[in-house]
Design a protein around this ligand. Structure first.
Ligand SMILES: *[C@@H]1O[C@H](CO)[C@@H](O)[C@H](O)[C@H]1NC(C)=O
Ligand SMILES: *[C@@H]1O[C@H](CO)[C@@H](O)[C@H](O)[C@H]1NC(C)=O
Ligand SMILES: *[C@@H]1O[C@H](CO)[C@@H](O)[C@H](O)[C@H]1NC(C)=O
Ligand SMILES: *[C@@H]1O[C@H](CO)[C@@H](O)[C@H](O)[C@H]1NC(C)=O
Length: 486
């Protein structure tokens, strides 16, 4: 009885409804190896009343010499604002509907017109890439619509993002991570897992930065209740074909152009981020994977450089070397760190960047980094206080990391207090002439200690590194931005 009822209903359904229940299309094509690092668009028509789009991508020599990225542009065309999502090489299929979408893609209205799947050839075998897209459109009625739900980026509502000293309660030196991924791009961590780890790592702020998509930034409001004291900043890792960069301090729904390998296009996109109040940082400039290292011929459109990506290694040492060259050239580029954590066992907060901020807001953290008020440590529990005392007209003056002061003709005294660095460590003082002093940190057994040194007269800047001095270990455990002497 029950069975026959179901049969009748399903037989009747096509007669009752004027629309087919699904519409399927298959697109195919060939990409030549010469097209690697370009973008190929596969247009398709979306009829009125469509309420879901599913795309399934297959291609030749997958995981065997060919790699083809995947994304979607809607009926508005191929401009940045028409981007509906990006999953790079991480997914072979996605669905979008007005209320819900596969992470990495933005749900919302599905308007009729010409849409485009974007294919990004990343590597190719000599025969090229033969690709196929199976597109399925559905017409089920919808009753729910997606609404942007970004996290608040100001946890001190009493002041307007940038607190005065009186208003500032928990501001000052905030611990955070500028580079975090989730399932909204190529990570396996959910936002909730990343937030739980950040709390355990003692962080005050994190910036989610999924690759070429704002879709994670647009839904973080839901997760904020999990950790009301954690500032959840908005970022995108702009993953181009000539290097990766962080666009940090973004608005909800703000995208950043990534489809280029020319310096002018990067500079234009960076300017756009600045125009809206954001921060630009070059990521892992010497990373070893293809198109991950910095190829753009521009080291000045950025405010910061990620000199320390995940656990310290030789690519970080190379980044510090490049940063030192920029400092010697008189460029105020801020060194920051990022865990680049995607999946277990990587942890956010390794390394941790500590920023002098006027309050717990995205705007204050961005301002602090732009001002150079930042240092990096390997992880939880480690702190560096680096102060310079010098005579001034009003008596002895104390300045901190990021400050720019008039050089004193009689010199100055640098005081470094380090906390939480266990084992044998050394404090290295670095000026434009390189390493000027190395001092063993005499620590009290808990990893706390203090070093005082005279600042060489006529130094243009002074910065500090904390290094492992056990055996042949020389890795960096902490690193400050400079104090500048003008
Ligand atoms: C679609 O993607 C999901 C998640 O990545 C995957 O588990 C599933 O196997 C994919 N479907 C097909 C048909 O490949
Ligand atoms: C890249 O720059 C070229 C020349 O300046 C311009 O025509 C093009 O629109 C830019 N492309 C993107 C994706 O911004
Ligand atoms: C000080 O330490 C740095 C970093 O380990 C090293 O490169 C340099 O040679 C050291 N300088 C002296 C004088 O030991
Ligand atoms: C310093 O290096 C030694 C030898 O490689 C290692 O055992 C130790 O854990 C390191 N210390 C820290 C604080 O990382």
């Amino acid at each position: 009885m029950l069975l026959s009822t179901i049969c009748t209903l399903s037989l009747l359904a096509p007669l009752i409804s004027a629309q087919p229940t699904t519409l399927r299309k298959t697109l195919t094509g060939h990409i030549d190896p010469s097209q690697v690092f370009t973008f190929v668009y596969a247009p398709f028509e979306v009829p009125p009343s469509t309420t879901s789009i599913t795309v399934l991508q297959t291609y030749s020599h997958k995981n065997n010499g060919n790699a083809l990225d995947l994304g979607l542009f809607d009926q508005r065309g191929l401009s940045l604002s028409a981007s509906r999502g990006w999953s790079g090489g991480f997914r072979n299929n996605f669905t979008i509907t007005p209320s819900w979408a596969t992470p990495g893609y933005n749900p919302g209205a599905i308007e009729p017109g010409t849409w485009n799947v974007v294919l990004g050839p990343y590597t190719s075998v000599p025969e090229g890439i033969d690709w196929q897209l199976e597109i399925e459109m559905g017409f089920d009625p919808v009753h729910e619509y997606f609404a942007l739900d970004p996290a608040s980026v100001n946890l001190d509502p009493l002041c307007n993002g940038l607190c005065t000293e009186d208003e500032q309660r928990q501001g000052s030196w905030l611990r955070g991570d500028f580079h975090i991924h989730t399932i909204y791009s190529d990570g396996r961590y959910t936002p909730q897992e990343q937030i739980d780890i950040a709390v355990r790592q003692g962080l005050d702020f994190i910036f989610f930065s999924d690759h070429n998509t704002d879709s994670s930034n647009n839904v973080m409001g839901t997760f904020q209740a999990l950790a009301p004291d954690l500032l959840i900043g908005r970022g995108i890792e702009v993953t181009t074909r000539a290097g990766h960069w962080q666009a940090l301090g973004l608005d909800p729904d703000q995208l950043v152009e990534w489809r280029y390998k020319d310096t002018e296009n990067y500079t234009a996109a960076a300017k756009d981020v600045h125009r809206r109040g954001g921060l630009v940082s070059i990521n892992h400039p010497f990373a070893a994977c293809s198109a991950c290292n910095w190829v753009f011929d521009d080291w000045t459109a950025n405010d910061a450089i990620e000199v320390w990506n995940a656990e310290w290694d030789s690519t970080d040492a190379a980044a510090v070397g490049k940063w030192q060259d920029l400092l010697v050239d008189g460029k105020y580029t801020t060194a920051i760190g990022g865990s680049d954590s995607h999946s277990p066992p990587a942890l956010n907060g390794i390394p941790t960047t500590v920023v002098r901020s006027r309050g717990r807001s995205q705007a204050a953290v961005v301002e602090g980094v732009k001002a150079g008020g930042a240092y990096i440590v390997r992880g939880p529990g480690m702190e560096i206080e680096f102060r310079v005392r010098l005579p001034s007209l009003l008596g002895l003056r104390t300045v901190e990391i990021g400050d720019k002061v008039k050089a004193s003709p009689v010199g100055a005294v640098a005081v470094v207090r380090a906390k939480g660095f266990e084992g044998r460590t050394k404090i290295c003082f670095v000026t434009e002439r390189g390493y000027v002093y190395n001092s063993t940190l005499r620590n009290d057994g808990d990893g706390n200690g203090e070093v005082k040194r005279f600042v060489p007269v006529s130094s243009r800047f002074l910065r500090v590194e904390v290094r492992n001095a056990t055996g042949d270990g020389d890795e960096v455990l902490g690193l400050t931005n400079p104090v500048w002497f003008l």
